[in-house]
Write a protein that binds this ligand. Structure first.
Ligand SMILES: [Zn+2]
Length: 319
């Protein structure tokens, strides 16, 4: 590969934590650091923190592997051409932050801004479970449900750069309220928040479960463990998540003719329990010649995925 000696810098800004990394061209993370976002401090202080950590990483770059660019993923709506974070729902006060301008003052490098789900999708596509596919959707099951859509080997942005927002597909007309202001979105069922909510509802009804703690203390991680021991509550919650996700994916596959879906994010550990019902629903609804050829797998890169997406973004957008 040409330029095989080059590296790039990456930052994944989350509502709670920030990860920065030094990444090689194939998406391998050579060095990484993480620290709390504490977004209440305001963009100026947080950005200064990111710059300080990135400079530390840049200094660690092996000789002759100077970073060729910097890619930053942010959890919100962006104007990519201007490099501005327009709004981040989980970071109050972060409005119209000129991320690229701030970073460009600190680094003599091309700087690119991307939505965090898209950067995650690029990572799994470029260096993870989506390698070699041309049409795929990468879904992140975390606090919310995010998505990045790759069509014809390119990120698909749509007319308003809002494509891929799969978490707000409607799955229950009179469902639970969602963070977006709507009701019954996929996110209210298949995210960490949604799964915990469903678990607590189960507990409220005093239905059978192996869980003995307080309803308020229930987490998706506890439900993974309980599901392994055959807990009816956890299995029912994951089955419901698989059903909702299946309904959405049937529509997406039938409409777009994708080759695969990669499931990542913090709650992807539940995938083994979500999968059976998901497959059942998909087999029922898919209108494709050969469903066996569709790839439906868990992501491979975990938390490194957005960092691994940096070289792909720089290559795609910087030419
Ligand atoms: Zn929603």
């Amino acid at each position: 590969m040409t330029n095989s000696k080059r590296t790039c810098l990456a930052a994944d800004v989350g509502g709670t934590n920030i990860k920065v990394g030094l990444v090689d061209e194939d998406g391998r993370v050579l060095a990484r650091q993480g620290f709390p976002t504490a977004s209440g401090r305001g963009p100026d202080m947080v950005m200064a923190d990111i710059i300080r950590h990135l400079k530390g990483l840049a200094a660690e770059a092996p000789k002759g592997r100077r970073p060729m660019g910097l890619a930053i993923g942010v959890p919100g709506w962006i104007n990519q051409a201007d490099g501005v974070l327009l709004k981040a729902p989980n970071m109050p006060g972060w409005v119209n932050v000129p991320v690229v301008e701030i970073m460009s003052r600190a680094f003599d490098l091309p700087v690119l801004l991307e939505n965090d789900s898209n950067l995650y999708a690029l990572g799994e596509w470029h260096g993870g479970a989506g390698r070699g596919l041309k049409h795929l959707l990468v879904i992140t099951l975390g606090t919310g449900v995010g998505g990045g859509l790759i069509i014809e080997g390119k990120l698909w942005y749509g007319a308003f750069a809002s494509a891929g927002e799969i978490g707000h597909q409607l799955v229950e007309l009179r469902g639970a309220p969602c963070g977006c202001g709507g009701r019954g979105c996929l996110e209210t069922i298949a995210s960490a928040t949604g799964m915990t909510r469903l678990g607590r509802e189960w507990l409220k009804k005093k239905k059978e479960t192996l869980y003995r703690g307080e309803p308020d203390r229930l987490t998706p991680e506890m439900m993974f463990d309980l599901a392994r021991r055959g807990d009816p509550m956890s299995l029912a919650v994951f089955r419901r998540a698989g059903e909702a996700l299946g309904m959405v994916l049937v529509g997406v596959f039938n409409l777009l003719g994708l080759e695969g879906v990669i499931i990542g994010g913090g709650v992807a550990g539940a995938f083994e329990f979500i999968r059976p019902r998901l497959l059942e629903i998909m087999n029922r609804g898919l209108v494709v010649a050969d469903p066996a050829r569709l790839k439906l797998v868990r992501g491979e890169l975990g938390e490194d995925a957005p960092l691994a997406g940096a070289p792909a973004l720089l290559r795609a957008l910087a030419g």
